[in-house]
Ligand binder design. Structure first.
Ligand SMILES: *Cc1c(COP(=O)(O)O)cnc(C)c1O
Length: 420
């Protein structure tokens, strides 16, 4: 099995210190991934990974990534605030726009971030809110299908992101007129992709497009931004993309187009960086036998939305029972009044009893971060397993006080135990 490697004794230790449910993250694992990625692109001058903050927006994690030389990819005011508070500055911040409030451009410009425009109308907004910088990144959308060989890997034509090729040229001409000297080109054409050919194929498209645009506008290419999209093996039958091989394949495409010296490369991986280094630790609290066999956990979709939202597979293991036959077929559910609140559907698992510890794997990216408060359920704590084996709470669990904090509830505040 690829990466379902958290030892049971570590889970049991963590459960002694913290009430379930909680997300547990491995510092050593996250550092190792950042180092491997940096190694994969070490051939490229001025390469930088801008970790997609939305995947795991916890300052303790961002600080670790900063120590490993990563920047951050932000796309909201609060993500910019996090970046600023942690001391990311200027060129270590990418601001990816997308139907954002105008003043977020001002904020990004004040921090000296790279601004990645999503649309031709953003040029005018940026002009009025923060001003047009010397280097601007624009998001490219080639339309149609995105194929690797003959295989359709994505449908950019149906995606809300980016400039069409015609708008891209028009946009660069406008930017040049407004004083831009250098540009970055960005595209995100396929999500959670296990195929090692994704980045090299995307790199080829972006590099050729950038050369073509540079020729037509006279602008320099500052960087190619390959964005996110490298996937992780959520299922035991899948295999981890080989980032070192991906880096080497991108190098081949790069040298065939630019030779030894060319623009910088940037990436904005989220999922690949932290996804497999996080686990949602839960207890089985209920079992129920009706038309199916159900196991109820003390976690629910509020703690991990991907299965409910996308029908996504997340591997589940039961502590101390992995060697037992997986001869029970369970739906593993949460407590929401919502039938899609299931972490697994008809999944073969060992026999589960109330009180067993169930580990839901690959929750380190787009896990806690997508949490919400439906049914008045509260978000969990986040715990860091540090490099020296200690556990550190890096976010406490929400309390009812947090849940009620934004309400105008004067009349009943006292009964809810809140300060007015
Ligand atoms: C979400 C996002 C990413 C990260 O995507 P992953 O699938 O987590 O790799 C990178 N860049 C942008 C602009 C994004 O919106």
């Amino acid at each position: 099995m690829p990466n379902f490697s958290l030892p049971d004794h570590v889970v049991k230790q963590a459960v002694q210190s913290f009430p379930t449910p909680f997300h547990l993250y491995s510092e050593a694992g996250i550092r190792a991934r950042a180092r491997k990625l940096n190694q994969a692109f070490s051939w490229c001058d001025d390469y930088e990974e801008y970790f997609a903050v939305k995947a795991l927006p916890n300052p303790s994690i961002l600080r670790i990534l900063k120590e490993e030389g990563c920047g951050v990819d932000c796309s909201s005011e609060t993500e910019l605030m996090l970046a600023e508070a942690l001391g990311f500055e200027g060129r270590d911040i990418m601001f990816s726009a997308n139907a954002m409030p105008d003043d977020e451009f001002t904020h990004a410009r004040r921090l000296g971030a790279y601004v990645n425009l999503d649309d031709i109308t953003h040029i005018d907004i940026l002009k009025k809110h923060g001003g047009i910088p010397e280097t601007v990144c624009c998001r490219y959308n080639p339309g149609g299908d995105f194929r690797i060989g003959t295989f359709v890997m994505g449908n950019p034509g149906e995606a809300k992101y980016g400039f069409t090729p015609e708008q891209f040229l028009e946009g660069l001409l406008q930017l040049r007129q407004l004083g831009t000297k250098r540009f970055g080109i960005h595209a995100f054409l396929s999500s959670n992709t296990l195929d090692n050919a994704y980045y090299p194929t995307l790199a080829g498209i972006l590099m050729r497009t950038a050369c073509d645009m540079a020729e037509k506008t006279g602008l320099d290419i500052a960087f190619i931004n390959l964005s996110g999209g490298i996937g992780i093996p959520y299922q035991p039958t899948q295999t981890e993309p080989d980032v070192l091989q991906i880096g080497e394949q991108v190098r081949k495409v790069y040298t065939s187009i630019f030779g030894d010296h060319g623009p910088a490369l940037k990436t904005e991986l989220g999922r690949w960086m932290t996804g497999p280094e996080g686990w949602l630790i839960t207890h089985a609290t209920h079992h129920k036998d009706t038309y199916r066999h159900y196991i109820g956990l003390d976690a629910c979709a509020v703690n991990l939305m991907r299965p409910a939202m996308y029908g996504a597979y997340h591997h589940i293991t039961v502590v101390d029972k992995e060697d037992q036959p997986h001869d029970h077929i369970y739906d593993v559910t949460g407590s929401l009044c919502e039938n899609n609140d299931k972490f697994a559907v008809e999944r073969p698992l060992p026999e589960i009893h109330d009180g067993d510890i169930c580990v839901i794997h690959d929750t380190g990216a787009h896990g806690y971060a997508m949490g919400y408060n439906y049914n008045g359920r509260l978000r969990s704590a986040e715990i860091l397993l540090t490099e020296n084996g200690d556990f550190r709470m890096i976010r406490r669990a929400e309390t009812p006080q947090d849940y009620f904090a934004t309400l105008d509830i004067d009349p009943c505040a006292e009964k809810l135990g809140l300060k007015v």
